[in-house]
Design a protein around this ligand. Sequence first.
Ligand code: NAD
Length: 286
Amino acid sequence: MAIKKVGIIGCGLMGSGIAQVASQTGYDVMVREVTMDLYERGRKRIEGSLAKFVEKGKMTAPDRDAALGRLKGTTSLAELKDCDIIVEAIIENMDEKTKIYRELDALCPPKTIFASNTSSLPIGDMSAVTKRRDRFCGLHFFNPVPIMKLVEVVRSIDTSEETYQAAKSFAESLGKTVVTAKDTPGFVVNVLLVPYLLDAVRLLERGVASKEDIDQGMVLGCGHPMGPLTLLDYVGLDTTYYIAEIMFREFKDHHYAAPPLLRRMVEAGYHGRKSGRGFYVYEAKA
Ligand code: NAD
């Protein structure tokens, strides 16, 4: 099927990145946020990222303006009803997500594909509240979306071949490389990554090493581009905590249990770069 118009729900870290790459690619994009202030905050992030592309000579100023011209924001879900595909990137919470999908299902024609950017929630549990289980899949992007090349396409037991192919082609049209995964929490990457990140917090919690040394150890010892605590600040401590809780509930395996330090930091509002403070302090946003 031909995808022309893309809907995005949530303009946080991920939603803004997905909206950016879709509008850069040439799709008309409608983004739904809870308030226009939150949409504007996400749009500023997009403008900042596009400005860097222009500065580095990777994009022309007219192309940037055209991309921004294709991008619109709204607080009304009804404005997404003529989209060919809708990618949802709201908070990692099943009740919030299913609430959105029930409303969307009533608004959109049967042809519209729904795709969740969830990191850990079962796609089948979300599609079950709609009448389009076959036209529902996971499209799991990576942060920062304009830079990271991977998208996991997730097929639930009900995702049709046609939907899978359309979602895969859509991700590829955005310049991404696709890996396909079954509908199991964490898919491929997070099932391996999340226990590693949680173990880094446990090391810090036990006083084995300083945060700088833990990060340095993995950068210089394993050739990772950044250490686990820096990566946690990028991903969002709140998001990682929700993902860990969901995976722990599913697998009942202590590797996925969130360490108390992570929970305390999330409760204190230390959510990482986006809040100005996580394991490190980010002066500009503090
Ligand atoms: P975030 O906290 O940065 O953004 C979430 C946004 O959703 C917020 O701006 C919030 O206002 C908005 N929102 C909440 N309820 C909404 C609603 N009903 N309608 C419209 N907008 C609503 O979170 P994020 O890091 O962008 O994560 C979003 C999703 O992407 C989660 O499912 C997460 O698991 C997944 N994900 C995150 C990462 C990452 O590295 N952070 C990577 C891949 C996938």
